[in-house]
Design a protein around this ligand. Structure first.
Ligand SMILES: O=C(O)CCC(=O)C(=O)O
Length: 247
């Protein structure tokens, strides 16, 4: 068990991973809450780009969020996340997004944007995946336009795409340049090839070795997504109100 939060090496600032954020029993508990809590849970799911979502804390729109009460099980979960990450999340968590991915499904590269405080924690449940980070085009262009600036020049060469392997039951936190200047996404694929771009390939290789001897034709480990993955994204929505008319 590795229950410490570590900086993920060889990435721009800043990515952290806590490999064993919860036990298998806690994972089952959370999945059970996601699927079975509330009397009309089916109504809570919405579908976007082929994956299902649940919003907790409120529905985020362009002006912010109307607060709704967090269920008790999620208040406890939020406390556990806050304890795990300490001051790395600078603002209190007031919103949780649950994403459900069938095998083969993913999420297009995107940025979370200015509605949220610029640090995010993501818990992965039930299935492993690789999150891909790509420098934002406008961020690179902006950096290139100031070639005389040494600090910026060095940051340009520091901008490269990479992947982070997310084992099930792990917690990922990213912030700073990774939040403002990068897109993040998950490939639409039933398998993740652990190639040289995956900065924590060792974690994945360990896992593959323990489970099977899966390799692709170039002998790179392959992590198969055989089960539905559920992720929980913990964020702070900056602008919140208790009633619609206040916006
Ligand atoms: O499912 C994940 O791990 C990523 C979710 C995500 O990027 C988002 O909710 O914006």
């Amino acid at each position: 068990m590795d229950t410490e939060l570590h900086v993920v090496p060889n990435t721009p600032p800043s990515v952290y991973l806590l490999k064993d954020w919860c036990t298998e029993a806690e994972e089952s508990y959370l999945l059970n809450r996601v699927y079975n809590s509330g009397s009309s849970v089916q109504k809570k799911w919405t579908t976007v780009s082929g994956r299902r979502l649940q919003n907790f804390g409120g529905t985020v729109h362009e002006k912010g969020m109307l607060l709704t009460k967090m269920p008790d099980w999620l208040v406890t979960t939020i406390e556990k996340v806050q304890t795990s990450v300490g001051p790395l999340l600078t603002e209190p968590i007031n919103h949780v997004l649950v994403n459900e991915y069938e095998p083969g499904n993913g999420i297009l590269p995107h940025q979370d944007g200015g509605l949220y405080a610029p640090s995010v924690a993501i818990v992965s449940l039930a299935c492993d995946a690789v999150m891909r980070f790509t420098p934002h085009k406008s961020f690179v262009e902006e950096s290139n336009s100031d070639e005389g600036n040494d600090e910026l020049s060095s940051s340009i060469s520091d901008n490269y795409p990479f992947g982070v392997f997310l084992p099930r039951r792990s917690l990922l936190l990213f912030k700073e340049r990774l939040y403002d200047g990068y897109l993040h996404g998950i490939d639409f694929s039933e398998a993740d090839v652990i190639d040289a771009s995956v900065v924590n390939a060792g974690v994945a290789a360990e896992k593959v070795k323990n489970q099977n001897d899966d390799d692709d034709s170039d002998n790179r480990p392959v992590v198969r997504r055989t089960t539905t993955r559920v992720s929980m994204t913990f964020r702070n929505v900056r602008n919140v109100r208790k009633a619609l008319r206040l916006f």
